[in-house]
Write a protein of this length. Sequence first.
Length: 159
Amino acid sequence: MEFDGVKEKTLVLIKPDAIQRGLIGEITGRFERKGLKLVGLKMMGLDDEILKQHYSHLADKPFFAGLAKFMKSSPVVAMCLEGLEVVQAVRLLCGITKARTAEAGSIRGDLAMSVSCNVVHASDSVENAKLEVSRFFDEKELHGYTKSEYEHVYAEDEM
Ligand code: IDP
Ligand code: MG
């Protein structure tokens, strides 16, 4: 039996720069190797409507138009990952926004140099993760299943 803690969900987008640079496998592999459970995965094109919602906190910024253009320049890969304190764990794996100063070992720190072209998006709080997962995934696109490696990823009292 899994307890609700390991069912925390977060949204990750693999951004157009990473799609163009052939980094889907590299990035997805890092989340898999961490022990996270992939419960949703799809390629999708983003339009202005979803980008206005997704980046509503940046709507007034001078770089918003450029950011939206970048995010529409190719499809993205959307994934929903599940795990114990997964929102925080994924943010740490991704590293800070400005990729060229992101910590070595993080996805942005290892794979990118730009502030805007920083290869991934990750939800920044549990509250926002709930909104973002439901914005990008229909209920039927999220899959519940037993992940057999969990007994080696978590201690019994964490599951
Ligand atoms: P985050 O992706 O690390 O959560 P946010 O501040 O939420 O960072 O910004 C969302 C995205 O907007 C960034 O990942 C980046 O692609 C873009 N962005 C943020 N700040 C700038 C900027 O100053 N110039 C250009 N693009 C930016
Ligand atoms: Mg953000």
